[in-house]
Write a protein that binds this ligand. Structure first.
Ligand SMILES: Cc1cc2nc3c(=O)[nH]c(=O)nc-3n(C[C@H](O)[C@H](O)[C@H](O)COP(=O)(O)OP(=O)(O)OC[C@H]3O[C@@H](n4cnc5c(N)ncnc54)[C@H](O)[C@@H]3O)c2cc1C
Length: 463
């Protein structure tokens, strides 16, 4: 049999695909990564990097606006945040450059630009910009094609220039009035950031709560904070129709509580109602790869139903996180580069964070789920309000809490939620304890510098 063109071809240069390709090249595999347009994927171009860059500017705007709270007088009546979007573009460009073909060639990864589809289980057709079609074969193929923003079927929506995460960071000025559909992590992060940067913001959420996957207490606190900062939040509300009047976007919504219709008007509309795996272009049926609209079917090693084809990251659906895509890529490359198969670490709780201010970080079970699984009498809830953490007091940042759910008898950590300015940085210790089955009480002797938010973890272990 003639040798195939590559040992491994990776489809999609987001964090999952890049991790797989770079690690495979380090293991001296002949590897090619194919990307249709955006080196760095969603994370670098339309997701984590631009959103966190915008949030960093929003923090500064908030600090300046509320400087008096910290005893600082700022001269001048107002701030202008127009430079924030320029800064986002600059940072995205900088990060993207580290994922582009020149950088990848330097570590031994071959690159090609084009849209991939399967011709058969080992053969890929790559459609390039100039209408050229390349045909390449590989022994092993890794699908890391990511996801796309779902656009709900709202009457009139297709006729108006709505935004998604793929377009909002390309704006050249802060919207005067941004309507956001969707109160999940993306909707909440951007609602707060744009509001702090001077936009009027209206957030429409279908559910009765924001951040539906989180603890009720975190949902309620975030709602209170967003409203206080000036975000108009419409809960239990469904978008019915969208239209354009002159340059103004008109959105008709129905509020479930009153069952009445309300009309919202804004300069821009962003859709952030969820994401689905980007699979259509791949023609997976030609390779016998089983999938549904919610993602590619994989086994515990990350293999698809066609054994030499692997899938990871947003393409398999479920949890859409950069750190999970990277983690699975590492396990898959271990399997690809050794005689043994290495299972994905499916038992490790996957931490998640919504980067609002304060941040909402969690892993494992919520209290309500732990009660269902273990029964209320078998669990203990350790709850520390942030005003008991002296670093939060010195920073005047006492809104938040640390909540850890344990199995009462053993102290085993079942889950936790932290709402705090640096919650995402705090969660590592608890995640490590959960992963290594270290009971919460064993964290009591750990010495943390004083005063830190992390010291709150010892305090919560003391409860
Ligand atoms: C606004 C926003 C904020 C986010 N913030 C965070 C965060 O703070 N933390 C976090 O962990 N996650 C965050 N995420 C999620 C994170 O971006 C994704 O989970 C992550 O990018 C998934 O990586 P991936 O490699 O699976 O796919 P992607 O990053 O989506 O990359 C897939 C790549 O494949 C390419 N591709 C697709 N189909 C083909 C094809 N047929 N041929 C060739 N190439 C193809 C695409 O062009 C894309 O570049 C955020 C997402 C959004 C939208």
């Amino acid at each position: 049999m003639a040798a195939r063109d590559y040992e491994i071809i990776v489809i999609g240069a987001g964090p999952g695909g890049l991790t797989a390709a770079i690690l495979a090249a380090k293991a001296r595999k002949r590897v090619l990564i194919v990307e249709k347009e955006t080196w760095g994927g969603d994370c670098a171009n339309f997701g984590c990097v631009p959103s966190k860059s915008l949030i960093a500017s929003a923090h500064v705007a908030d600090a300046v606006t509320n400087a008096a709270k910290w005893g600082i007088k700022v001269a001048g009546p107002s701030i202008s945040a127009e430079g924030a979007l320029e800064r986002v573009k600059r940072i995205v460009g900088h990060v993207r450059a580290t994922h582009e073909p020149a950088a990848l060639a330097a570590v031994g990864v071959g690159t090609l630009e084009g849209t991939v589809e399967f011709a058969d289980p080992h053969t890929l057709l790559i459609r390039q910009a100039e209408g050229q079609v390349r045909q390449l074969t590989a022994d092993q193929i890794v699908i890391a094609s990511g996801s796309y923003p779902v656009v709900p079927p709202i009457e009139g929506l297709e006729q108006i220039p709505y935004l998604t995460n793929e377009t909002i960071f390309g704006l050249s000025s802060i919207p005067s009035h941004l309507l956001i559909l969707g109160g999940g992590p993306i909707g909440c992060e951007l609602a707060q950031a744009f509001c702090r940067l001077g936009a009027k913001v209206t957030l429409v959420q279908r559910n009765h709560h924001l951040l539906v996957k989180e603890e009720l207490q975190a949902q309620e606190l975030l709602l209170q904070i967003l409203r206080r900062e000036g975000v108009h939040v419409s809960l239990s509300s469904e978008a019915l129709r969208a239209s354009l009047e002159g340059r103004e976007i008109v959105l008709a919504i129905r509020c479930k509580a009153s069952n009445g219709e309300e009309t919202l008007r804004g300069s821009h509309l962003m859709i952030a109602v969820g994401r689905l795996p980007a699979l259509a272009a791949l023609k997976l049926d030609n390779a016998g790869v089983a999938h549904t609209a919610k993602g590619i079917t994989i086994d515990r090693y990350g293999r698809t139903t066609t054994r030499h084809i692997w899938a990871l990251g947003d393409a398999v659906g479920g949890q859409y996180f950069t750190h999970l895509a990277e983690n699975h890529a590492r396990a898959i490359v271990r399997s690809l580069t050794s005689a043994m198969r290495h299972p994905l670490d499916l038992r490790q709780p996957v931490p998640r964070c919504t980067f609002t201010d304060p941040e909402v970080a969690c892993a494992g079970l919520l209290a309500r789920d732990a009660e269902t699984v273990y029964g209320a009498r078998r669990i203990a809830i350790h709850h520390l309000p942030l005003d008991k953490v002296e670093r939060a007091v010195t920073d005047d940042r006492t809104e938040g809490f640390i909540k850890v759910i344990t199995e009462k008898r053993s102290g085993k950590i079942l889950g936790f939620t932290i709402v705090a300015p640096r919650a995402a940085e705090m969660l590592g210790e608890l995640a490590l304890a959960m992963n290594c089955k270290i009971p919460l009480q064993r964290l009591r002797p750990i010495i943390h510098p004083f005063p830190t938010y992390g010291l709150g973890l010892r305090q919560v272990a003391d409860i």
